[in-house]
Ligand binder design. Sequence first.
Ligand code: 0PR
Length: 369
Amino acid sequence: MREHGCSEDSLFSFLHAKKSEDRGYHRVLSSMCSLPHPVAVRAHMLFLETNLGDPGLFLGTASLEAMLIARLGNLLHHPRAAGYATSGGTESNIQALRIAKKRAAATSPNVVVPESAHFSFDKACDLLSVEMRTVPSDAQFRMDADCVQDAVDRNTIAIVGVAGTTEYGTVDPIEVLSDIAVDRDLLLHVDAAFGGLVLPFIDGSEPFDFALPGVASISVDPHKMGLSTIPAGCLLTRDEKTLHLCTVDTPYLTVKHACTLSGTRPGAPVASAIAVMDYLGRDGMQAIVAGCMKNTRRLIAGMETYGYPVAVEPAVNVAAFSCPGVPPGWIVSRTRRGHLRIVCMPHVHRDVIELFLEAIGEMNAGKTD
Ligand code: 0PR
């Protein structure tokens, strides 16, 4: 630490300089986050000092959290869902498995997850000392449901399905997983961290939420397609009883029990998540998702004209291609199987897609010269 403080001017010129080193979202095609919506920023600023870790001090903010869970529960076909605002998909997934472990009380517990599962499940299983059983994907990059039946045994505490996979944008056969979960009295957790705020706005999406009787919990992140500020995730459970398997006593706080993983928790991103949902409404969200899906289809068509086929038709705005190169100046990512992966987030406008396709064309021309 400095011995003596510095002036505000020099402090902020330093901070601005540091910010200018950030990439931001310019030509970034790999991110599942985006620029927050202007109303998200405004709402966030209004709630900067709030701490949901001690909700009795911030009753209004706490009621916004309850509203957020109710809004999402409604969207995911269960208006009375329980839940709370997490720091993102990782925390939600950790908590879902923690609940499963407490519910089952198996001596050497295992969790059956798809090959496509996000690495947060590796963290969750490591933290909880739970064996992670990985089930391969089928040719459509979806969890192979036949293999799920084989992987489940009497020590299985939960099955995980993903609705909107990080790498390929596919949806696991959640309906089949739900039947297996009901049949074998297992908890089914659906990781809809990305797809949870995409699939409900696409007509004809396959069911993945509480409408399916076996679905016990869902992760859904406003800080991805919900255009909130970071960090805003949500864990929803079908009932309070399930959520409160994680409850501990908090004797010296304004409330005497907490089911959350974090202690101090920001209220600002919760306000920002509600702000975006209320400002846009269902039709506004639908329009944003429709735009992202249109751009995804345009990208797929464009890549195919250059001889780079999409690995699988995605259900959400994530597309992966058999394409070995990357044009200079663009940030994309690679899947574990080596496909070039692009997320058509709201900051990836149509003109960005066209510029990227042009760059792919130039890269190709360079190769054949
Ligand atoms: N579940 C799924 C299906 C996800 O895609 C992700 C994150 C998570 C859980 C974990 O969510 P949190 O990161 O909120 O804990 N998916 C992205 C990924 O890992 C997150 C991301 C976002 C990565 C922005 C890069 C980036 O620039 O690829």
